[in-house]
Design a protein around this ligand. Sequence first.
Ligand SMILES: [Zn+2]
Length: 139
Amino acid sequence: MATTKETQPTKLTAAQLKKKVEIQEEKIKSLKEGAWCYMCDTHKAKDKFYVSTDPMSKSGLTPICKDCAKKIALRTTNGVDQEPTRESVQLALRYLGKPFLEKVWDSSIQEVENLASGKVKSNVWTAYARQIAMPNYIG
Ligand SMILES: [Zn+2]
């Protein structure tokens, strides 16, 4: 036989309420310390983003995260990266709000060619992203 139980609307005690507020505050803190990437719809730590050079950006971060930018640049399909092309790099940069500079592109290609003989695994996208993040290209 089934027992009928009165379901009372749950009232929080003062202690529970305090705990709830603490959790909320913790959440807000973590939100402030990170940023939201609209592309993968994920909240991530600030270091997962590039520094934005856009003076309008209040967060000081790029609108999409490093992972998403990389996926665009490397045309990642089914988890497999492909060689970045000029077009795919341009597209990723557009999402990041960063400029495509012929000079940086050329030196990125050069850098990758120089590294090709070495053990460092690099591609033109990572080279470009690193170079564009340098202070002399900000602004
Ligand atoms: Zn993302």
